[in-house]
Design a protein around this ligand. Sequence first.
Ligand SMILES: [Zn+2]
Length: 542
Amino acid sequence: MSYLVLARKYRPQRFQEIIGQEHIVTTLKNALKSGKIWHAYIFSGTRGTGKTSTARIFAKAVNCLSPTADFEPCNKCKNCIEITQGDSLDVIEIDAASNRGIDEIRSLRESVKYVPVSCKYKVYIIDEAHQITEAAFNAFLKTLEEPPSYVIFILATTEFNALPTTIVSRCQVFQFRPITKNIIFDRLKFVVSQEGKTDKITDDALQLIADTASGSVRDALSLLDQILALTEIHSKVDSKLLRQIWGFTPNEVLEKYVELILNSEIKPILDFVEEIYTSGIDFIQLSKDLLEFFHKLLYLKSTNKVETTYNLEKFKDKFSTTHIIAYIQQLLQLVNEIKYTEFPKLVFEIYSVKLTKQYLEINEIIKNLGMYEEKQKIEKETDNIKTISEEKLKKEQVLTEKTQQTQTTEDKSIESVWEEILEKIRLEKPLSYPILMQSKLCFYDDTLRLFLPNKYVKTMIEQHNLNLEKILENKLNKKVKVIYDVLPKENIVLGEDQPPPNIPEGVKPIIIQPKKPKITPEIEKFCKAFSGKIISSQNDKN
Ligand SMILES: [Zn+2]
């Protein structure tokens, strides 16, 4: 006897055997109960969710000669048997993928005119209905608008949005849900027990099949077909064996890798990558499996429950949600990048170093954020105190201003004046600010010599008309000559590498080095952790 594949052998024959689509089964049964049968239905949903099976059961239910009390087909009468075997002349299955043109639809329109041979209803099940051409749909529309009373159309599709609205508006639409992993697992367990193989296939193997089938019972049963064949040569099939056969990364490899990330040391993880490489594990698959690992871990953190073959509990408290999300983002990039590279090992190594370093960096950031929040709280409290003493402060300010007016501006150093000028430029001439901020200065004999990195920048700053001489005169209360100059070489430090050029002999100038943006260690860590860089800094005074 030839082997009947599981998906066919266990194809549901009654509504109650349809899994995961209770909402649809109930509505269809209610229609049968009330006798209000539509002439056109759309069954929409991803593959393997039971669309065609439900269509066939419905075709039997409307034509069954002795349906059960709850409107199930009897599966015993002549009509039921013929439909189940695919021999009925009144239940016609059309694959629209290969019959999509106007000619096929015309012949369908012709055949609709003939009354059923032995059934009450003539049922047309059109699979992959979205493949029908626009012209053919137009030709079909008329039949759909005024079908003979004995005709039912069921359009099954995986791409509901590809159907014309003119068609959709004339049909009752059922949306089939993807089958959850738990339901698939239960179904697999049932089939395995029916096949008498419960002792040969472990639950974690079935769990892995359910994970891999992505919502399709048919795919899950096809995988189970392969595994039943394996039980002939292996005394027991478990997830470890399956991972090996399907080329998945063994769980212990994944878990060790993740442990090494937690250790935050670069050398051990690179040694381990070398070990992985020599053992022949595929880096592309490994990257995908790591992504899946952290995806499951995120589920566990968020819902406290997840079906998996990984030992996640061990890692649950060691990673924060922030860690996991950052890792998932990195791993998504890795999975994308590693597909196209000629150097998968190198790419994997780079990401391994990143992931390892990131663990500590994120820890640090979280710690600092905690401190930052604390600081904010204290500052808020201080603010309240400030408001009380504000009036007192104001009085003091008036006093200080008066004193300042009497003071000579001679006391002001060129350094502090330059700070004030930079601030003024920042607000009034924002384009010049970054140039001036990074330029080097010499001040001697009432002369300010500004050294710019090159001629181009010099011309640019001259065109900006900064009126520096006037500003300096106001600030220092004396005339100052401003000279724009160019450094003989970029990036030299005046006064250290060499004495400033073009300065009269015997003169000791005051040198002002370029102002650097203020970068705190926290900001530096942030930049590293998120692979960013500082473009500008708004608050580099004080
Ligand atoms: Zn029957």
